[in-house]
Design a protein around this ligand. Sequence first.
Ligand code: PSU
Ligand code: MN
Length: 331
Amino acid sequence: PSGRVSTSGSVWVAMSSMMPHVTEHVVPRSPLAPVVSQEVADALAEGRAVVALESTLLAHGLPAPRNRETADVLERAVRARGAVPATVAVLDGRPRVGLDATALDRVCAGDLVKLSVRDLGAAAGLGRDGATTVAATAWLAAAAGIALFATGGLGGVHRGARESWDVSADLGVLARTPVAVVCSGVKSLLDVGATLEVLETDSVGVLGYRTDTFPGFYRRDSGHPVPWRADTPAQVAAVWAAHRATGSGLVVAQPVPVADELDEALHDRLLGGGLAMVAERGIVGKDVTPALLEHFHTGSGGASLATNVALVTANAGLAADVAVALAAVDR
Ligand code: PSU
Ligand code: MN
């Protein structure tokens, strides 16, 4: 085995255990090769359904203690539908896929750095802890051989990107990483139309789940159409089983459940206030998304928090259903 990060971590585990004495002429294993938990490694080796889960939404998207509860809710949602959850983070400089309760405590404790793919090398080299964004989670999941992952919202093109150049690395990473991401679209705080244009340019597939319009995170409909629609987990699995050969990712966009959608007037008020706040305080770079989420959570008296938890839980469940269907396809 070479030191390259393989796209099938399960194979790596098997090979390294067969050849424990091979050292001399082998390139050292990459510090970014993820440490896969035993439960997840076993499931991958046996071809069972696995769903990766993101940690930035826990560390920077939800306040404590709600984030720690949500971590458990998400893992339970995946297990209840017959798949194995694999939450992704970096601890002590080692990328980890599949976290135990103690590791989840650390992720939710409040002082973790937000890591996109460009930060992984620094976190590994400097031995730091960090929560992974959609971009970093997708990259590490692919390195571990996991093809499906669930989150709340995808990062995208920020409003005013023409001046700020603020386009989430989530988009570029999905362009070159074969992972399907189940999410509720992108926040309406972003430039949704521009985000969809970039996804199209980058050959990232976009599939509405039981919807003809791209969801806007807190709201079910961003007003932009999706190019394709699927209505069952088996259809999503079939689309992904075909699309993955292109080498790019797939966005599976599921709207928040009707009962949990944020009230439209409240949403529009928070949206205006959040954008003004970010501009006024000169917040830029990776602090923008967490600041906007925080603004929504405090400004809505917790209503947006309930919406956020509901949609990410629904996405974890759908991702598990698709993973189970995919495992049947691949068997
Ligand atoms: N969108 C949300 N909630 C989130 C995020 C995005 O509605 O928590 C997080 C995800 O981890 C995503 C990241 O990958 O923010 C994007 O950050 P940026 O815009 O800095 O790329
Ligand atoms: Mn950004």
